[in-house]
Design a protein around this ligand. Sequence first.
Ligand code: NAD
Ligand code: ZN
Length: 232
Amino acid sequence: MKKVLILSGAGLSAESGLKTFRDSGGLWENYDVNEVCSVQGFAANRAKVLKFYDKLRVELKDKVPNKAHEMIARVKEKYGDQISVMTQNVDDLLERAGCKDVVHLHGFLPQIRCENCDFIENIGYDVMGERKCKSCGSDKMRHDIVMFGEQAPFYGVLYDELYALRMSKSLFVCIGSSGEVLDVASFASFASFSILNNLEASSIDHAFSKCFIGRATAMAEKIEHEIDEFLA
Ligand code: NAD
Ligand code: ZN
């Protein structure tokens, strides 16, 4: 069976009004990334970090999926198990576009997690406030987002997917990722054919069979066509 892996990053949601890491120059939504996205930052100022994710979660409510989210949802619906959808994004825009079985490699903003028992609660677009764990009663609830210095629980699933790419005739599609957090350039080498879509050209382009440089919404139709051709 032919296999397609679609892996997205912050660039996929940029046109829906969510800022990427990069276009903010080390600042994410006006915060220092090292303060709000690292284990050290969380230990130093827990309240500040929780407040940061509260703000992002509340703001997510009014964001809407764009044509690229919709394209991914459409091909997933059409081809089912032949397509795996993984994202580094913590927003729910793929889900809201109707995409099924999205693996969130770096966590999911609408969820909070208990540090004591790992219980997960979906609080939608609410602030966390003084919530206690609904399972064990602990007051150690936190954002369910992987920070620098933490293990990402779904990387095992990612490695299985990369292995599957190597074992079949496969297509790797990467949309809106600089490759600075996940080494997407090396992932391309696992697939028979690979496509990269980013806003600007960069040093990782050469690792891919084909590059579509431009906005994800403008490239979505071309990418969909490539996937259709590949799986035809
Ligand atoms: P990144 O910020 O490092 O890189 C973004 C990439 O997207 C760049 O290569 C840029 O060229 C491209 N891009 C920007 N606008 C685009 C557009 N309109 N169309 C197509 N491409 C566009 O992002 P990353 O590689 O995903 O890594 C950053 C980390 O930040 C991830 O771990 C992610 O969890 C987190 N993050 C998530 C969100 C979100 O959930 N929406 C937003 C910001 C950061
Ligand atoms: Zn608990």
